[in-house]
Design a protein around this ligand. Structure first.
Ligand SMILES: C=CC1=C(C)c2cc3[nH]c(cc4nc(cc5[nH]c(cc1n2)c(C)c5CCC(=O)O)C(CCC(=O)O)=C4C)c(C)c3C=C
Ligand SMILES: [Fe+2]
Length: 433
């Protein structure tokens, strides 16, 4: 499988809005010539590639120092998938990552997989076709490596044993976890985010098809209505409890915060130099007891969150972006209650820790009792899960008043390698160097 020579790596929008992948095909030849002049295989990424972009862009660059889909503004739709590698061959795994890279470059630029060049009328087409008339729709594809890619049942895999980051372990059991193994973990993960759900689903479907014979999908999750803003240019969305979610999130404009809390630094882990410029992705499928919540009073709802529902302001007063005052007392104790979510998740109560949340609402039909199988597919990107996620989750699971209405049903942790920096590179190439 060869990479498309016309794959753009610059940070700027790569496809004009509204240009379908059919029309882009016609321009592919000219693009190939331009790349030839720039030098195929050379480093193509300059400083501008660090720009996370604006909300609503029709496309985001695939290559760069960091993978897209982390600090790029959260799109409205998600299709997340975890895969298990079924081959034990290192070469097969590398071939898969190369093929995924080529497909990801094409799809994130609004071009079909295989560049639309028919192989044979008697063979299945390279691209499944359902996105042919759609543009790139801001598609980002973010790839991660799970602990079991490095070692399974005590045995190293793919010659990667010595390279497993110390923090890349299955997440511990947290109080009240009710995890379904069929919705948890996986050797690989792919987060596909787009403005249009059909584009996100098309991407996962095609990556899964390409993986046939080397990796199989273990589980997947669809999401809608992003539950976090990752850019100050975005309005704060609402979760299925009806509250604004993402107000105090780490935003891409906070460059220092992102460096400190999201990107793995050189020397963070001597066993995992390859991860510098990458991060860790934590996913938790959290069911929300919607019907019980809907029967609770507004007073109870706001007390458990620690903010008012209408505006998202802290109960200590002010407006949405006012810092909560945890010392301010009311008649029955602190106005932002001791078991409120916002107090327990605030950096001041967590040794200054922040995280970049990038989750989505989900509904997966209803259960046998006629209740919605719905909730929040929580996704966070952290520099070190042992410091920036596990301690906070431990406290929330044990003390957060919201937990009465929540049940964690799926879980996973993946190391997210840095972005692809060379035109001849592939996702995770620093790990296999
Ligand atoms: C371990 C981390 C977190 C989990 C799991 C989590 C689940 C979860 N959160 C809400 C609703 C809200 N969360 C809010 C803020 C907030 N949540 C976390 C972490 C986890 N949430 C953090 C770090 C913060 C920011 C705290 C701060 O700095 O003030 C809010 C308030 C608005 C906001 O700032 O985003 C809401 C509402 C639900 C419903 C949920 C599980 C389903
Ligand atoms: Fe939260």
């Amino acid at each position: 499988m060869t990479e498309p020579a016309s794959a753009p790596d610059a940070a700027s929008p790569t496809a004009p809005s509204g240009v379908s992948r059919r029309r882009l095909l016609g321009a592919a030849g000219a693009g190939a010539l331009a790349v030839g002049a720039a030098g195929v295989g050379g480093y193509a990424v300059g400083h501008a590639a660090e720009d996370p972009g604006e909300p609503g862009q029709s496309s985001y660059a695939f290559g760069g120092r960091h993978q897209a889909g982390i600090v790029t503004p959260a799109q409205d739709r998600l299709h997340f998938a975890a895969f298990d590698v079924t081959s034990e061959s290192r070469d097969d795994l590398i071939l898969l990552l190369r093929a995924w890279t080529a497909a990801a470059r094409a799809m994130t630029s609004g071009r079909p997989v295989g560049e639309g060049v028919p192989t044979s009328y008697d063979a299945p087409p390279d691209d499944t076709g359902e996105a042919l008339d759609l543009d790139a729709s801001g598609l980002t594809l973010t790839f991660g490596f799970g602990p079991t890619l490095f070692e399974r049942d005590g045995k190293p895999r793919f010659g990667l044993g010595g390279k497993q980051p110390a923090a890349l372990r299955e997440l511990p059991h947290f109080p009240a976890d009710k995890l379904d193994p069929a919705r948890s973990n996986g050797d690989l993960c792919v987060q596909a985010c787009a403005h249009d759900p059909q584009v996100a689903v098309h991407a996962i479907r095609n990556l899964s098809r390409i993986a046939f014979g080397t990796a199989a999908m273990r589980w997947a999750q669809l999401g809608f209505g992003r539950t976090s803003s990752t850019s100050t240019a975005q309005a704060t969305p609402r979760n299925l409890f009806g509250f604004k979610d993402g107000t105090a999130n780490l935003k891409s404009q906070d460059r220092e915060g992102v460096e400190e809390f999201v990107w793995v630094g050189e020397g963070d882990d001597p066993r995992a130099d390859w991860l510098a410029g990458g991060t860790y992705l934590v996913a938790r499928r959290i069911n929300m007891q919607i019907e019980t919540w809907d029967r609770s009073s507004l007073r109870e709802q706001e007390a458990l969150v620690g903010r008012d529902r209408e505006e998202g302001a802290p109960l200590s007063g002010g407006t949405e972006f006012t810092e909560p005052d945890f010392d301010l007392q009311g008649r029955e104790g602190p106005l932002v209650g001791l078991n409120s979510h916002v107090r327990l998740a605030h950096p001041s109560q967590n040794k200054g820790v922040k995280m970049l949340r990038r989750g989505y609402n989900f509904t997966d039909g209803s259960n046998a009792l006629g209740r919605l199988d719905a909730g929040l597919f929580f996704v966070a990107f952290v520099r070190d899960p042992d410091v920036h996620y596990i301690p906070m989750q431990t406290r929330l699971s044990a003390q957060d008043g919201l937990m009465e209405y929540l049940q964690h049903t799926g879980s996973g942790l993946w190391a997210v390698p840095p972005g692809v920096r060379r035109r001849t590179g592939f996702v995770g190439d620093t790990l296999f160097a």
